[in-house]
Unconditional design. Structure first.
Length: 238
């Protein structure tokens, strides 16, 4: 892992956006794995300001809630529209987001994996970091060879996302997520973490013994991972 500590969340976001923009300018049809959540919002704002075109890029969202239609305001399809798709040139046919309303989620996950293979694999995956160490919605205990699949969401994850729904009871209990095995096949991985609340899980991710109890520690074995942190998120690192 290469760990880069920036002075602020805004600086972290700008560096992440610059890395993705540089890739797309060299390879306009790059396949990008893209995250959701609070931390990536600054990354998307910075990406938009670069003026980059994603018209030829293939865009793969990491996850989607089960049971939420794409029109639901808290679906990750709507999140991506709000934070990226409505602001940069893209080709609608190049966007892949797992369908949370698919009648057979296993079939949908196999379709999604096939789309990644058809794109030649992922050139870069951008990840946030959950308080329990999840990446995508791969919760603690996830095998590191797991592929895209339906998952039950950990209470820690649902509690962290309750602010978007108004209450814990309204947060879906399941999702479809890109698996750790799929993530690890990406040619490059960017892990973003910000704020003092992430400091302890950042330390466990970067300096801890790799374990399925902390899914993000799987990244320690990847040959091309950059961890972008602000000062607060890096505070516990030795």
């Amino acid at each position: 892992m290469q760990v880069v500590v920036l002075e602020s969340y805004d600086a972290l976001s700008v560096v992440a956006a610059a890395m993705v923009t540089d890739l797309v300018r060299v390879k306009p049809d790059a396949a990008l794995g893209l995250p959701t959540g609070a931390t990536p919002e600054g990354f998307y704002r910075a990406l938009i300001t670069t003026g980059v075109s994603l018209e030829r890029a293939r865009l793969f969202n990491l996850d989607e809630y089960r049971g939420l239609p794409r029109a639901h305001p808290q679906s990750y399809y709507q999140y991506m529209r709000t934070h990226l798709f409505d602001h940069v040139p893209i080709s609608p046919g190049s966007v892949e987001i797992p369908d949370g309303m698919a009648p057979d989620p296993e079939v949908e996950c196999r379709r999604y994996e096939a789309a990644i293979r058809a794109a030649g694999g992922l050139d870069v995956v951008v990840l946030g970091l959950g308080l329990n160490g999840h990446i995508g919605f791969n919760e603690p205990g996830t095998p590191w060879d797991a592929r895209t699949r339906p998952v039950a969401l950990d209470r820690v994850t649902r509690s962290a996302n309750a602010r978007f729904f108004g209450s814990l009871g309204q947060v879906p209990q399941e999702a479809l997520t890109m698996g750790i095995g799929t993530i690890l096949e990406a040619r490059q991985i960017l892990l973003l973490a910000s704020g003092s609340g992430k400091a302890e899980i950042v330390k466990r991710t970067v300096e801890g013994t790799p374990s399925v109890a902390v899914p993000a520690t799987a990244l320690q074995g990847h040959p091309n991972v950059t961890v972008l942190l602000d000062r607060e998120a890096a505070a516990a690192l030795s």
